[in-house]
Ligand binder design. Structure first.
Ligand SMILES: NC(=O)c1ccc[n+]([C@@H]2O[C@H](COP(=O)([O-])OP(=O)(O)OC[C@H]3O[C@@H](n4cnc5c(N)ncnc54)[C@H](O)[C@@H]3O)[C@@H](O)[C@H]2O)c1
Length: 388
């Protein structure tokens, strides 16, 4: 059996989730690659020590550069605050490690451009984390749309919503400050999840009109005082897409303050012949529409028909940890040279395309105008186009 030895940099929320997903790798039915997390790094000793209980972990270090010296590590999964992406990812590539990099792949467009260039030059296998399209529903939606079942696309709506920041007394952390999260705020936090599937379908926005909201300007600093929150909490991006000789509106929604929502990822596309709808609120359900069968949406319970088969029964429901395992499997699969048309992890090019959209959204909101893409990363002076 082949194996993929993984080193994890950043032992926080996502470092732990990926370690847990990889540790369940043996449930992948007939999968030819064994997923081994063998090393972890974090500057925080308590977080790092948690990895002592992860099966197979042999190396723990507070200096990630030491992890990069471990010859046995084939690939790194890096999940650190956004302002560290550029340096940490560049060091991974310089050390010759393949990389599953957390989104948004650099804190801003400038960093994303540099990282994409470094990834290309390195010849290493580099992908960006985005797991929601690995639920069975989005996988089926992707194939349904690719089959041409929608006809000419009329409109697309996609989004990712949660309410983690609804409580104004939740203490500040790095995700709420521009210096560490990036000026793009919620777009960097949630945006790649929303853009991955549309971009893979070839739906790259040509213009954007953005509405951005800062809901709370201060939060408790955890030391008895208050700290400034200077990132965007919510974003609505009204885009135009030009694809397959067709032009259509695509609305992308990213919200950290969405009452009633806990990690709701949704996707909705309709065309002249058909439509498709999916939301993680109903994780096993796919809605499809076929004009040929009258004006009716059909609900199909997909169950656990995942991209990579597992021991889990087909009638069960998929969840967040399953989507992470599927994404890891896709990373290992594609890295090993296998490519057979499966939906794959987001590429550096797709991460860069999402950053181009977010940079244009900042300009759009600032000027109250529709902004044509791409924008210039340095000057951030994109050409304006008229609304409508
Ligand atoms: N794919 C997803 O669903 C998802 C969800 C949440 C976050 N993320 C992304 O994951 C990344 C991390 O987010 P998180 O929620 O895990 O954050 P987190 O704050 O929980 O964890 C980040 C960890 O990085 C560590 N760290 C900081 N500097 C370091 C250094 N120099 N070396 C090693 N470790 C260092 C911190 O101590 C912390 O433990 C971000 O890019 C974020 O956007 C992805």
């Amino acid at each position: 059996m082949e194996s993929l030895n993984i080193g994890i940099i950043g032992a926080g929320l996502m470092g732990r989730e990926i370690a847990a997903a990889a540790a369940r790798g043996f449930v992948l039915d007939g999968f030819p690659i064994k997923l081994n997390v063998i090393a972890a790094s974090d500057i925080d000793a308590d977080r790092l020590n948690w990895f002592g209980k992860v099966p197979g972990v042999k190396f723990l270090t507070r200096d990630y550069r030491e992890l990069l010296k471990i010859g046995e590590v084939d690939a790194v999964y890096a999940a650190v605050p956004h302002h560290l992406h550029r340096e940490v990812y560049a060091d991974c590539l310089a050390a010759g490690k393949d990389l599953l990099a957390e989104k948004p792949f650099g804190m801003d467009l400038h960093a994303a451009k540099a990282l994409r260039a470094m990834a290309d030059e390195s010849g290493l296998f580099v992908r960006c984390s985005s797991e929601f399209p690995f639920y069975p529903g989005p996988q089926h939606a992707f194939r349904f749309i690719r089959s041409g079942a929608l006809g000419n696309i009329l409109e697309v709506k996609a989004g990712f919503l949660h309410s983690s920041d609804l409580d104004p007394m939740k203490a500040i952390n790095w995700k709420r400050q521009a210096a560490t999260c990036g000026e793009i705020g919620v777009m960097g936090d949630l945006g790649m999840h929303v853009t991955h599937l549309p971009l893979r379908l070839g739906w790259k926005p040509v213009s954007v009109y953005a509405q951005l909201q800062k809901v709370y300007s201060q939060r408790p600093d955890g030391r008895g005082g208050m700290a400034e929150c200077d990132t965007w909490d919510n974003a609505m991006l009204h885009t135009n897409v030009s694809a397959d000789g067709n032009r259509f509106p695509m609305t992308l929604e990213m919200k950290r303050i969405a009452p009633g929502e806990t990690n709701t990822w949704y996707f909705h596309a309709v065309g002249t012949k058909g439509g498709v709808r999916y939301s993680t609120k109903e994780p096993k359900t796919l809605w499809t529409f076929s004009g040929a069968e009258g004006q009716a949406w059909q609900r199909q319970d997909l169950g656990f028909r995942s991209c990579f088969p597992t021991i889990t029964g087909a009638i069960f429901e998929p969840g967040f940890p399953d989507s992470l395992l599927q994404m890891l499997a896709a990373f290992a699969w594609e890295r090993s040279g296998r490519s057979d048309g499966l939906f794959a992890c987001a590429t550096p090019e797709e991460a860069l395309a999402s950053h181009e959209l977010f940079a244009a959204a900042l300009v759009s909101h600032r000027n109250g105008s529709v902004v044509a893409l791409p924008v210039d990363a340095e000057a951030r002076q994109p050409s304006r186009v008229k609304a409508g």
